[in-house]
Design a protein. Structure first.
Length: 382
């Protein structure tokens, strides 16, 4: 009897007629290791509150009664809920309507659709590494040329720097990330204004970590009125502890949303996803109550890492980038041996750690002190 085909042949990607611009590339992905303290992918490590989870389950159960039918392809109720959530932090002249909102399976799909609509072959997108690595990967996947530009000291971007980069490269799209991932660096609202005024293209601000910003820091969403080429991307993965649900969204001029309809897949948001997200947004205060605790643990890590001799950077996110690590790979492995996983991003002498619960933070800091004892911190310059 012939053996079942299991794909175990010698064929590699190089043997297939894959696109030339994809040859030699690696897929996105942090190490997936099952350890006690997982602080490597900027998840919200707090569980969804039990009463909220029960309401979400009830909403999903109700959606299942009509799951034999296609979902609302305009996800009307979800867009209404997102508008209501965002409007709570906006002034009267900044209020959004459902027509300003769009959602997809994580903010990555939102950005992919944006690149499909406004990028593509013969077009370019300007970014400022180190930044979210999926930005360049999504550009490559859509055939959009990725143009990296330099940041200023401390991983910041001044208005002068962004204007100079736009003038030099004339991109079709500008990607900004604020707070920036993987550095946590704030993005000044004046830099966004300057970028928009310097280009005729689309300016996208990735605000995946917006809820962790200081409460008096203005969001790029406040700049939307009168700026039809400005797009602000958000996610429910972080502050809402909804990473496994895969819900991302953007706020923009309704014309941008119309453009995304041209490239989205039919019925791209399942009825179950829509039901879960709407239910979670009904409980926004409860879901966001954990944000203050996460910020406290983040700031605690900054203080104690500095006391150990490491260099930290101002962070408005739910993670901390710290420098002075003599051998990041060795430190990563030493932490892993202690059942703690962080992120080695390939930035020389740096590691990144997500803010977790108080117990997780204590476990990381205790483990890091043991690492520091074996590998004393070294001097680094940003």
């Amino acid at each position: 009897m012939a053996a079942a085909y299991d794909g175990s042949v010698d064929t590699t990607l190089e043997d297939l007629p894959i696109r030339d611009d994809l040859r030699g590339q690696s897929p996105y992905g942090a190490p997936q290791k099952h350890v006690r303290v997982q602080l490597n992918v900027n998840e919200n490590t707090h569980p969804v509150p039990e009463d909220v989870a029960e309401d979400i389950v009830a909403s999903i159960r109700q959606a299942l009664t009509t799951v034999n039918r296609y979902p609302d392809r305009e996800f009307t109720e979800l867009r209404e809920s997102l508008a209501g959530y965002l409007n709570g932090g906006l002034s009267a002249d900044q209020q959004l309507t459902p027509a300003n909102l769009w959602a997809a399976n994580g903010s990555n799909e939102v950005l992919q659709q944006l690149l499909q609509a406004f990028g593509g072959p013969g077009r370019s997108v300007l970014g400022f590494p180190p930044t979210y690595s999926m930005h360049s990967i999504l550009a490559s996947g859509t055939g959009t040329r990725w143009i990296p530009a330099q940041r200023d000291d401390e991983f910041r971007i001044t208005p002068e720097t962004v204007v100079a980069a736009i003038a030099e490269h004339r991109p079709d799209i500008v990607f900004l990330c604020g707070p920036n991932n993987p550095t946590g660096t704030p993005l000044d609202i004046e830099t966004i204004r300057a970028a928009y005024d310097a280009t005729d293209g689309v300016v996208m601000v990735d605000e995946a970590y917006a809820e962790f910003m200081p409460t008096d820091a203005p969001s790029a969403i406040t700049l939307l009125p009168g700026r039809p080429r400005l797009v602000v991307s958000r996610t429910m993965s972080k502050a809402f502890a909804f990473a496994g649900a895969r819900v991302g969204y953007l706020a923009a001029d309704p014309a941008v949303v119309d453009a995304l309809r041209l490239v989205r897949l039919p019925y791209h948001l399942s009825a179950l996803t829509q039901a879960a997200a709407v239910a979670a947004l009904r409980h926004a205060p409860a879901m966001l109550a954990m944000v203050d605790d996460i910020k406290q643990q983040r700031d605690r890590m900054v203080t104690e890492l500095q006391a150990m001799g490491y260099r930290t950077y101002e962070t408005w996110s739910n993670f901390v980038l710290f420098g002075g690590v003599a051998d990041p790979h060795a430190a990563f492995e030493a932490l892993l041996d202690q059942d703690v996983i962080v992120r080695d991003l390939g930035i020389p002498n740096h590691l990144r750690v997500s803010a977790g619960t108080a117990e997780e933070t204590t476990a990381f800091l205790d483990a890091m002190r043991r690492v520091a004892a074996d590998q004393p911190p070294v001097r680094v310059d940003a």
